[in-house]
Design a protein around this ligand. Sequence first.
Ligand code: KG4
Ligand code: ZN
Length: 349
Amino acid sequence: MPPKVDNNNAEVNPPFILAIESSCDDTSAAILLGKRVLSNVVANQEIHHLYGGVVPELASREHQKNIVPVVSAALAQAGIAKEQLSAVAFTEGPGLLGSLLVGGSFAKTFALSLGIPLIAVDHMQGHILAHFIEDDSKTAPTFPFLNLTVSGGHTQIVLVKDPLNMKVVGKTIDDAAGEAFDKAAKIMNLGYPGGPIVDKLALTGNSSKYAYATPNVDGLDFSFSGIKTSFLYHLQKEMKKDSEFITDNLNDICASIQSHLVKYLLQKMEDAICTYSINDIALSGGVSANSLLRSEFLKLAESKGIHGHIPKFEYCTDNAAMIGIAGYFKYLKSDFADLSTSPKARLHF
Ligand code: KG4
Ligand code: ZN
């Protein structure tokens, strides 16, 4: 049984929440006071760069090494003692099972030893609720709104009716948007993760130099595997004629594929705006760090006369602060998990 908590006063007397995120290859811990982030520590696992992608077994081992120092650093940066915590939130899924297990087991033990509630958070909901982290420079979206969530494992359009009431109205039927960036980079031998590398190289390239296939998928669903194949075939064809093709045209290739992916994402978002009656759209997930997507997303909102929202850069890629804000909303509703909760590689809200 989770401990009894008096949270009637939580909005006036906000809770201190420790949040832990370990769904993939970043070990992160954050402390929130209500909706305010006091610390947000992220330890990236460099080891995967050697392998050109995340190796699940290595990720889990790195989380085991990182989790205690990362949580200690989060508490120290926030300037609070663990006894002041009101609850522990953690990522329940989706993600890599071995990675989720490390964060989940740590969170359970910590909550149990302190006698405070445990809160299980859906990683994808965390990405969306990152918009509600208190920030003087931004206003949060107004409900209901449409969120485009683009990460390394997911691509979704979500109708968000309130913080804990969300419905996926469109999703990818194969690869995710982040995977499309990463695979394009891998084909060009650029390193991992490829998204930020392509983004940087695209800055000085000509985005209309090369064209790629546009998938034909019904409704608000996405497909990225055809784009990847057309990208691969184009490069193979050009490399047969000129072995230096990639090196000589790198910036233009990156700008062209990035622009193609962004246009495709935003075309679906435009269709969603026409389908649902909303005044706000929001962008989140790792790919929302992409400079072109950020600027084009805000232009789309403006052209439709609605409000566009993008989280601060540090809350786009995986981080524990987004798990903490989701934990806060669950805390307000006394939506606590018990100790038998197990991590879930797949999770759907
Ligand atoms: O949300 P996230 O940190 O982890 C998952 O939940 O998957 O997203 C990681 C993805 C990777 O595919 C990475 O290449 C992509 O986000 N990404 C970017 C950029 N920064 C990160 N993609 C395009 N442009 C970027 N600047
Ligand atoms: Zn993520």
